[in-house]
Unconditional design. Sequence first.
Length: 168
Amino acid sequence: MRLNSFENMFIDQLNDLYSAEKQLVAALPKLAEAASTPQLKQAFQNHLEQTQGHMQTVEQLLTGMNEKAGGHKCKGMEGLIEEGKEVIGKRGDSKVKDAALIAAAQKCEHYEIAGYGSARTFAQNLGYTQAVDMLQRILDQEGETDKLLTALATGQGSPVAINEQATR
Ligand SMILES: [Fe+2]
Ligand SMILES: [Fe+2]
């Protein structure tokens, strides 16, 4: 931990996010495979592509600050993914399982939203305008993904309503 300067703390935060994204790149294909509803499968697959982009962007930011990405594991995301894997491993009704997969995935998205929100704000404080833009773009995609998952669960703004199907 290098909390001797705001910049070092910012770098630590980016490293944490890099690890979170890297773990999600490995987990999202498993979520996609476990999902039964085609639109949910597709949502996980689409977010996998975005997540690969996020990982590259964060790596780029670190490289730009002469820092090497990696060498740290985000324990928060590790725990959330662990919980997601518990859902993946369960048997039962496919729609009920889809609803549980959405809940697990939204916990990951909210974790990312919190992390990127802070990192974006720290970049603002440091006057790193390009980093602010790059982090904001990721933050927006995390938010859109979260909203899409809500839509698929509730049917509000979506043709599928997984929660409703799961309670039939
Ligand atoms: Fe991400
Ligand atoms: Fe995400």
